[in-house]
Design a protein around this ligand. Structure first.
Ligand code: SAH
Ligand code: SF4
Ligand code: F3S
Length: 456
């Protein structure tokens, strides 16, 4: 293809989940392939792409404000364009389509979740002809991963194995903006994983809204466990996956935490609530007992596995009794990390029409109590690492202190350690170093890198 975005700069602002982050890497890959150069700041960018999220209301409202305020940002010196080109994609693009260009007249391009590959054409049309260019499709047959990619980190890669979601949890907008679940062919997944291993990638994270139901749209074969086995066999050093729906997590997958060389001892298993009544209203299709049964099996297969979850507070009709069930679930499981959300009403979802009369202050107070419990659990879970040596995949330096290495343990904990004498952060980024942990806080571990002689 000719380099038709030559001499232009672009930046991508990404919100929401790993799917969006991964889609942004694909976009960067496509635009760089057309000769454009990625920059960090909007001020320096001729083209600004917003990859949006509408899972909760706050992000949704902010997006409209952010795009509107771009009008006041002057063009960079030396730009080949007479006007900055602004594009909105991702889940708000998919949901709102040309409503966006009606409300935001200086917006040039809107695209959705099913047509990432159309973006270069839409941008070029906007550059060449001016005017609005909106394209949103109801679904797509092409798996987006056929597109080029420009990864954020050379040592880690996200690898989508499914797109879309068929679960329709009653609060959630994702199935409406990402479409039906589609699984990618196993050969394609393995090819891509092999390519990453050859390129020196050390960690692969398999992605899907519910990776456990992989293959269901392909007559049930192969299954997710087959994907795990096949990607492990490529020789990748560290393997992770997200996200898992508890109703579909199988015993075979649980066993792999004890047997598969590359599978890291950490699992994100969203519970959403600890109350059976609320779980039923959420259409989650499992009970607290089933969930706790999974946790017991995971701990048996992989003692010490780090468990994380998502919890929603203030779902319509949630009583104090229901909330206490969620609180006690946190204590019972002893999570290493919990993402806590206040329920946000999303138009078009079943929960949006459920009676919802819990006062705001009550919900906020429950949320604060939950956060307090979550922090206590995370702190306690990290204590198990004191005095242990953990293998840390170095990601860079600490944001606050450039003489401190920062990286991730197998359990996905953030680990800090002083840069060993005579070595630079650049040399160590993307390598795995052993760290003796001597401090365990709520949000991170700290220690010292061991030398070749096994001493700090
Ligand atoms: N497919 C993934 C991610 C879904 S979105 C999964 O099932 O886990 C990420 C999290 O956002 C969800 O797990 C849920 O906890 C939260 N969430 C989704 N919709 C929400 C809403 N309407 N209000 C508050 N939190 C919500
Ligand atoms: Fe939303 Fe449920 Fe699908 Fe996750 S599994 S994306 S929470 S509908
Ligand atoms: Fe948000 Fe879309 Fe992901 S709504 S959470 S970016 S699938």
């Amino acid at each position: 293809m000719t380099a038709s975005l030559d001499r232009m700069t672009f930046c991508i602002h990404t919100f929401g989940c790993q799917m969006n982050k991964h889609d942004s890497e694909r976009i960067a890959g496509m635009l760089e392939g057309l000769g454009a150069v990625m920059v960090d700041a909007i001020e320096d960018a001729d083209i600004v792409v917003f990859m949006t999220c509408c899972v909760r209301e706050a992000a949704d409202v902010r997006l409209y404000g952010q795009v509107a305020s771009l009008k006041n940002v002057p063009l960079r010196e030396g730009t080949p364009l007479a006007k900055r080109i602004v594009a909105v994609g991702g889940c708000i693009g998919q949901r709102d389509g040309d409503k966006l260009t009606r409300e935001l007249p200086h917006l040039d391009v809107v695209f959705g979740t099913h047509n990432l590959g159309s973006l270069p054409g839409l941008l070029m049309a906007a550059v060449g002809e001016g005017g609005h260019h909106v394209e949103v499709l109801d679904s797509s047959d092409a798996f987006p991963t056929a597109l080029p990619t420009s990864r954020e980190h050379s040592w880690a890669a996200w690898l989508p194995i499914t797109v879309g979601c068929d679960n329709f949890c009653s609060y959630c907008i994702v199935p409406y903006v990402r479409g039906r679940e589609k699984s990618r062919a196993l050969e394609d997944i393995v090819d891509e994983a092999r390519g990453y291993v050859e390129a020196g990638v050390r960690e692969i994270t398999l992605l899907g809204q519910n990776v456990n139901s992989y293959g269901r749209d392909r007559y049930g074969e192969p299954r997710f466990v087959d994907v795990l086995d096949a990607v492990d066999a490529t020789g990748i050093e560290r393997l992770r996956f997200a996200t898992s729906h508890p109703k579909d997590l199988t015993d075979e997958v649980i066993e792999r935490f004890g047997t598969l060389r590359s599978l890291m001892p950490a699992l994100h298993l969203p519970a959403q609530s600890g109350s059976d009544r609320i779980l039923a209203a959420m259409n989650r299709r499992y009970t607290r007992e089933h969930y706790l049964g999974l946790i017991a099996k995971l701990r048996e297969a992989c003692p010490g596995i780090a468990l994380s979850t998502d919890l929603i507070v203030g779902f319509p009709g949630e009583t104090e009794e229901d909330f206490l069930q969620t609180l006690s679930l946190v204590e019972e499981v002893g999570y290493s990390q919990v993402f806590t959300f206040i329920y946000s009403k999303r138009e078009g979802t079943p929960a949006a029409s459920m009676p919802d009369d819990t006062p705001r202050e009550v919900i906020q107070e429950r949320f604060d109590r939950l956060v307090e419990a979550v922090q206590r659990c995370a702190h306690d879970a990290n204590q198990a690492e004191l005095g242990q040596v953990v293998d840390v995949l170095v990601e860079g330096t600490s944001k606050r202190d450039s003489s401190m290495l920062a990286g991730k343990s197998p359990k996905n904990q953030t680990v800090h350690a002083p840069l060993p004498e005579g070595q630079t952060a650049e040399e160590l980024v993307g390598t795995v170093v052993p760290v003796l942990v001597d401090e365990a806080r709520t949000w991170y571990l700290a220690g010292r890198v061991l030398g070749a002689d096994g001493r700090p």
